[in-house]
Design a protein around this ligand. Structure first.
Ligand code: TNX
Length: 768
C-alpha cells in the first residue's frame, strides 16, 4: 500500500516537473527524447562556462563566441557541473558517435557526449533554446533563458547530406562556407560538392590549366560569360571550415557524362575529339568522355591524384548519371574496346569506366559513390555506394545487391531546385514539386527494404540543389530555407518522433526567427489562388477572390490600396468585390515574419464586343525578325525578313529557324503572330503564355518583359469577352536566356473560361 502510494506520488511529481514536451522547446531537427521541466535557467553576467575533455574546445568554441557576443557576458571558465555553469563534458558513457544529452535545471546546464561531434550538436540545440537574438550580429538585451529540460538525442542516419552545384552557376567559396555554417546548425553533416559538369569545371587542377581557363567559362549570349572556379587553396580552406563544424565534404568528379567543360578544354577526351565549348544550355549533353581511349583514363587518374589529397572524406563521388551512349556506338575506339572485352552492349562500357575508376580510387583509400545509373551494365563493386535520384527504384535495387545507399529521390521532394509552393509566385524553378510537407513526409527507408530486412543499407538522405535556375547565393538561400530544415529533420529525427504540425510550429516560429537573425532570405509563401494564380482578374458584376497559403501560415490583406502589415485584416473567407480593386496580400508566419507583398488587380469590365471582319480564313499571320533581340521592346521598328506567312498554330512561332542547340554561331530571331481568336460564348476568359507578350483586342494582356528566364510566368490574366472574333497578337522573342532557350518552350497560348479547365488555343479557333 505504502509502496503504491509512493509510486503514485513519485509519478505525479514526474508528471508535473516533466510535463510532456511543450512550448519553449523548438529545436530543429526534433530531438529523439525531450522532457520539459518547469521554469528556466538564466544566463547572467556571472554565468561561467566549463569545457572538459580533449578536443571539446574545438566543438563548442563557436557556441561560446556567439553567446559572448550576443549577451555581452564574459562567460569565464568555471568548474564542470557546478552551479551557474554551462558545462560541456566528454563522457564515454553516452552511446553513439554523434549522440548527446542536455540537462538544464534552474541553476546549471550540463551537456554530455562521448565525442566532440556530440558536444557540437548539444551546442546547436542550446543555441536554439536561447532567444533568436543569440544568432544576431549585435549584442542584445534579451531575456537569456533556456527551459528546464532533459534531452537525449542521437541521429537516425549517419549521412545527412546537402548537395551544392557550383557548376551551372558558380557559388564563391565564402558563400559555400556560409551554407556549411547554416546547415551544420541543423546537424547536416555532409556537403556533397558537385565540382564538374557540362556547363563548368570549377576546381583548379594544376596539371591541366585549361580546365579552368576554358572549362570554367560559359557563354551567356548577352555579351557576357559566366565564370568562376575554386583554387586548391580555397578548397582546402572550405574543407577545413567544414570540418570545424563536423561537416565532411564529399567531392564529385562527373564521369563519363556531364563532362563537356573538360572536353572543351581537352578535346581529345571525347570520341571525336572535336573542339567544342562548355555547354551553353541546360539538359543532357550527348558528347561524353571516350572509354576507348587510354589517355582519357590517364586524364582521370591525374585529376584524381590532385583531388584526393584535398578531401579527407572516405567517400568520392564519381557521378555516372545521364551519360548517353550514341557517340560510343559510332566510335571505332569504343567498338574496339568492346570487342577486346567481349562486350555486346554499350552499357557495359559505362560499367567498365566506373569499374576502372573505382579500382583506382580504392588504391587511395576511397569508396566510390555514384548516381543510380552506375548499377546499369552490371559488375559494380559491392563497396560502391549508390545515390538513388531517379525515384527510389535504384536505391531499392542497390540495397538488394548489398550496396550501401543514399536516398535523394527527385520524385519525393528531395530536389530543392523544384517548386516550393505556387510556381507563379516564386523564383523560376526547373519545375516539379518539392513543397515542404512533401519533403517532410519522405521516409528514406522504403517499405520494401524495411520489409525485406534491408533497411540498414540506407546510410542516409540528401537534398540536392541543382543550380540551373539558382543564379546567385541569395537565390540559393531562398531555395534552401526553410526546406533544408525539413531535410535535416527526416535525416536526424527517429521516425516515430516525426510530426509535421509540430515541425511547422518550430520551423515557422523560432526557426524562422533564428534564420532571420542570421540574415537568411528564407522563402515565405505569398498567398496563392486555388487552381492557379491569376494576376489580373476580370469580372462583369461581382467576383470572389479566394486565397490560400501552406499549412501553418495565415494571410493578411487590404483592399484600400494600403500596404498590408500585421494589423491588416486576416483573410478568413473569399474576398467579395463588385468594383475595380487592387487586392494586396501577404503570407504571415506565426513568428510574425511576412512574405513579400502580392498584388491582384481585379477589374470590373463590360464584355468586350466581338469584331466583324468581312471575310476571314483559317490561321494567323506570322512575321519573322532575324536577330538577337532579348526583349519585345527591342523589336521596335525592326524589319521583318519573312512577312505574312500563314500559321495554323501559335506554337509555330518558336520553331521557325534551323536552330542548332549547343553551338556558337546559331541564329536567333523574334516572331509575331496576329489575327483573330474565336471565343465560343460570352464570359470571362483567362490566358497564359510564355511568349514575351500577348495582346487581346489591341490591349496588352500579358507582358513577360520583366522575366529574364521564361520558364514560368506570374502574369496570367483575364478579360471579359463577348462570343465571336477578337483580335489576338502574340510576340515571341527567341534566345538563350542563361541556359534556357525560349525555343524549348511549348510556345502555345492557353486559355480557360473563368473557373474552368486550361486548354490550348486550337487551330479551329484562329483566323486572319
Ligand atoms: C538531373 S540528378 C541531373 C542534373 C540536373 C538535375 C536538375 C542528376 C544526377 N542529374 O544534372 O542538374 O537533373 O534537376
Amino acid at each position: 500500500m505504502l509502496r503504491k502510494l509512493f509510486i503514485l506520488v513519485l509519478s505525479l511529481f514526474v508528471l508535473t516537473t516533466y510535463a510532456a514536451e511543450a512550448n519553449g522547446i523548438e529545436i530543429i531537427p526534433r530531438p529523439a527524447k525531450v522532457e520539459r521541466g518547469e521554469g528556466y535557467f538564466r544566463l547572467t553576467p556571472r554565468t561561467r562556462l566549463a569545457v572538459k575533455g580533449d578536443d571539446a574546445e574545438r566543438a563548442v568554441g563557436a557556441f561560446a563566441a556567439k553567446v559572448r557576443h550576443a549577451t555581452g557576458y564574459a562567460l569565464s571558465a568555471g568548474k564542470a557541473g557546478s552551479a551557474n555553469v554551462v558545462s560541456f563534458v566528454l563522457d564515454k558513457s553516452v552511446n553513439g558517435d554523434e549522440a548527446y544529452t542536455i540537462d538544464i535545471s534552474h541553476d546549471r546546464v550540463v551537456c554530455r557526449a562521448s565525442r566532440p561531434a556530440g558536444l557540437f550538436y548539444a551546442a546547436q540545440s542550446l543555441l536554439q533554446l536561447l532567444p533568436a537574438e543569440v544568432e544576431g550580429s549585435k549584442t542584445a538585451a534579451a531575456d537569456w533563458k533556456m527551459p528546464v529540460c532533459r534531452i537525449e538525442d542521437a541521429p537516425r542516419f549517419a549521412y545527412r547530406g546537402m548537395m551544392l552545384d557550383p557548376c551551372r552557376h558558380f557559388l564563391p567559396a565564402e558563400d559555400v562556407k556560409r551554407q556549411i555554417d547554416l546547415l551544420s546548425s541543423y546537424k547536416i553533416n555532409r556537403l556533397h560538392w558537385h565540382l564538374t559538369d557540362d556547363q563548368g569545371w570549377r576546381i583548379e587542377i594544376k596539371k591541366y590549366p585549361e580546365l579552368t581557363k576554358v572549362g570554367a567559362r560559359r557563354n551567356m549570349f548577352d555579351g557576357t560569360f559566366h565564370t568562376g572556379f575554386y583554387t586548391q587553396d580555397e578548397i582546402r580552406d572550405v574543407v577545413a571550415y567544414a570540418a570545424e563544424r563536423f561537416v565532411e565534404v564529399v567531392p564529385e568528379l562527373e564521369l563519363p557524362g556531364h563532362g563537356m567543360a573538360a572536353i572543351a578544354a581537352y578535346p581529345h577526351l571525347s570520341c571525336r575529339g572535336e573542339q567544342l565549348t562548355p555547354r551553353v544550355l541546360w539538359g543532357v549533353e550527348e558528347v561524353v568522355m571516350c572509354p576507348g581511349k587510354e589517355d582519357m583514363f590517364d586524364f582521370l587518374r591525374d585529376v584524381i591524384d590532385e583531388m584526393t589529397p584535398l578531401f579527407p572524406s572516405g567517400l568520392f563521388h564519381i557521378g555516372g548519371d545521364e551519360s548517353p551512349r550514341y557517340e560510343w556506338k559510332k566510335c571505332p575506339k569504343c567498338q574496339a574496346r568492346m570487342h577486346e572485352l567481349g562486350y555486346t552492349k554499350e552499357a557495359q562500357l559505362q560499367s567498365y569506366v566506373i569499374g576502372r575508376v573505382e579500382k583506382y580510387l580504392r588504391t587511395k583509400g576511397k569508396t566510390i559513390v555514384g548516381w543510380d545509373e552506375i548499377l546499369e551494365g552490371g559488375d559494380l563493386d559491392t563497396t560502391a555506394v549508390v545515390m538513388s535520384w531517379r525515384g527510389e527504384k535504384g536505391g531499392i535495387e542497390a540495397a538488394r545487391q548489398h550496396h550501401h545507399v543514399l536516398m535523394t529521390p527527385s520524385s519525393h521532394g528531395l530536389y530543392l531546385d523544384h517548386n516550393q509552393y505556387d510556381p507563379a509566385l516564386e523564383q523560376i524553378s526547373i519545375g516539379g514539386n518539392a513543397t515542404i510537407d512533401r519533403i517532410y513526409a519522405y521516409d528514406p527507408v522504403p517499405e520494401q527494404l524495411r520489409e525485406a530486412g534491408l533497411g540498414h543499407y540506407v546510410l542516409g538522405v540528401q537534398g540536392n540543389n541543382w543550380s540551373e535556375y539558382t543564379p546567385t547565393a541569395a537565390a540559393l538561400e531562398a531555395r534552401l530555407y526553410p526546406r533544408a530544415l525539413a531535410v535535416a529533420e527526416i535525416a536526424w529525427t527517429p521516425l516515430e518522433r516525426k510530426d509535421f504540425k509540430d515541425f511547422v510550429r518550430r520551423a515557422y516560429g523560432e526557426g524562422a526567427r533564428q534564420l532571420d537573425s542570421r540574415g537568411v532570405r528564407q522563402f515565405i509563401a505569398q498567398p496563392a489562388q486555388p487552381g492557379g494564380s491569376t494576376e489580373r482578374v476580370a469580372f462583369t458584376d461581382e467576383v470572389e477572390i479566394a486565397l490560400e497559403v501552406p499549412e501553418g501560415m495565415q494571410i493578411v490583406y487590404t483592399v484600400d490600396g494600403s500596404r498590408p502589415d500585421a494589423a491588416s485584416p486576416r483573410y478568413e473567407s473569399p474576398i467579395r468585390l463588385s468594383s475595380t480593386t487592387v487586392v494586396r496580400c501577404r503570407g504571415v508566419l506565426p513568428s510574425g515574419l511576412m512574405s513579400p507583398m502580392r498584388e491582384i488587380w481585379a477589374e470590373r469590365q463590360a464584355l468586350a464586343p466581338a469584331c466583324r471582319p468581312d471575310t476571314v480564313s483559317p490561321g494567323l499571320l506570322m512575321n519573322v525578325y532575324p536577330g538577337n533581340f532579348r526583349t519585345a521592346a527591342a523589336l521596335g521598328s525592326a524589319q521583318a525578313a519573312k512577312t505574312d506567312s500563314v500559321i495554323k498554330k501559335i506554337e509555330t512561332l518558336r520553331s521557325m529557324a534551323g536552330w542548332l542547340p549547343a553551338v556558337d554561331g546559331y541564329k536567333d530571331y523574334a516572331a509575331t503572330a496576329e489575327g483573330y481568336i474565336s471565343i465560343p460564348e460570352d464570359g470571362v476568359y483567362e490566358f497564359r503564355t510564355l511568349h514575351a507578350q500577348l495582346f487581346i483586342d489591341d490591349r496588352r494582356l500579358i507582358d513577360n518583359g520583366d522575366i529574364f528566364v521564361l520558364r514560368s510566368s506570374p502574369h496570367n490574366a483575364q478579360c471579359a469577352l463577348r462570343a465571336g472574333l477578337h483580335k489576338i497578337r502574340a510576340v515571341f522573342v527567341g534566345g538563350i536566356f542563361d541556359g534556357w532557350p525560349t525555343y524549348w518552350n511549348e510556345g502555345n497560348v492557353d486559355f480557360r473560361p473563368s473557373g474552368g479547365k486550361w486548354q490550348k488555343i486550337g487551330a479551329d479557333m484562329l483566323f486572319h
